[in-house]
Design a binder for this molecule. Structure first.
Ligand code: M7G
Length: 332
């Protein structure tokens, strides 16, 4: 992808216009059932029959709304998000838009500006068929802190994860090049220390301001931070080094502008590392969930079993079944 530096914020000149990443994944409402997008990025509107059941969450500040509904009787979650302004569009916005005056007072005036349709996009993510767990993930909920010891992990968390966690089929599809192959930014194919680096589906790749990539490891036996030991240091160092080098090369963003971290708990139990722009207040980058990769490496250098023994604090939703298990075990 080519990037043009327009001053403060860099923007893509030829942003990916395919609609595959945001289209749904399975039959009926799934991408597999949809005609391909044409050259201009248009595709059939899989959402024309979307029936809204409820709004799970919305944020005027983030300009995002999470909706639960159905598409042809299949449960679906749809996320609508207004995208950031891009400096390279400003001239067109000023010249081509329609303005409607809302109020004028002395030197102050406000307008409703209607830009041309192609500058008025809404990033749309569709999960279909969605499970109850997806609906819960996006539902606005009270959060509670849990302090998980190494023993809690083995007796409570691990059995829970093994019994009910999100499918990681989408991860295997990426590793096996069955999906998103054209979006891969870098791959190290080594089965032990290798990984695939690609844009996270939260990032529309239209501006660097909210750059967000994920590195997904080829190894399939590492669920999360808890499984890491000093044996994994070569893997982690490799992700850190080559991930940063690739982002510098591809997007011109230097390592000191990147926040590189793992989530604990993650949503998907196949080891992956988040690379986000430091400018961007990415969801889940707070202290109660994000563990900087450099800290993880140093902790394992100091103590090979650090993540087996250490108490890790994180938040759970009030209605999370894992929280229920902690309560039943008298640990919350
Ligand atoms: P996580 O820490 O397991 O959970 O991160 P989170 O989603 O609660 O943060 C998984 C990361 O993978 C997130 O940043 C997701 O946005 C991203 N992601 C999830 N899915 C299903 C996809 C996908 O299909 N493609 C891509 N490229 N990224 C995804």
């Amino acid at each position: 992808m080519k990037m043009a530096d327009t001053g403060k914020r860099e923007v893509c000149e030829d942003a990916d216009e395919t609609c595959k990443p945001t289209a749904a994944k399975l039959p009926k409402c799934g991408a597999d059932n949809q005609p391909d997008c044409d050259g201009g990025g248009e595709c059939a509107n899989v959402l024309s029959g979307f029936e809204v059941k409820s709004v799970l969450r919305d944020s005027a500040r983030d300009k995002t709304i999470f909706i639960h509904g159905t598409v042809e009787d299949q449960e679906a979650v749809v996320i609508l998000e207004k995208t950031p302004m891009r400096q390279d569009n400003l001239a067109e916005i000023f010249q081509e838009s329609r303005l409607k005056l809302q109020m004028k007072n002395d030197i102050y005036s406000t307008y409703q500006l209607q830009p041309p349709a192609h500058l008025n996009e809404i990033k749309t993510t569709v999960i279909c068929p969605a499970t109850q767990k997806h609906v819960k993930k996006y539902l606005s909920q009270e959060m509670l802190l849990v302090e998980e010891t190494g023993e809690d992990y083995l007796s409570t968390t691990l059995p829970y994860i093994e019994s009910q966690s999100f499918s990681v089929q989408w991860v295997y599809n990426i590793l096996e090049k069955k999906a998103e192959a054209d979006r891969i930014v870098f791959e190290d194919p080594d089965p032990d220390t290798g990984f695939v680096l690609l844009p996270d589906f939260k990032w529309d790749q239209k501006q660097l301001y909210d750059l967000y990539l994920i590195a997904i490891v080829h190894r399939r036996n590492i669920k999360s931070l808890r499984d890491l030991t000093s044996d994994h240091l070569p893997l982690l160092r490799n992700i850190s080094k080559k991930g940063k080098e690739s982002i510098q090369k591809q997007y011109g963003m230097s390592a000191c502008k990147l926040r590189v971290y793992l989530h604990y708990q993650p949503s998907y139990y196949h080891l992956h590392v988040h690379f986000t722009s430091l400018n961007y207040d990415a969801p889940g980058c707070g202290v109660e969930r994000a563990h900087l990769l450099t800290d993880v490496i140093m902790n394992l250098e100091a103590d090979p079993q650090y993540y087996q023994n250490r108490t890790i604090t994180y938040t759970l939703r009030a209605d999370d079944n894992l929280l229920l298990r902690f309560r039943e075990a008298g640990r919350c």
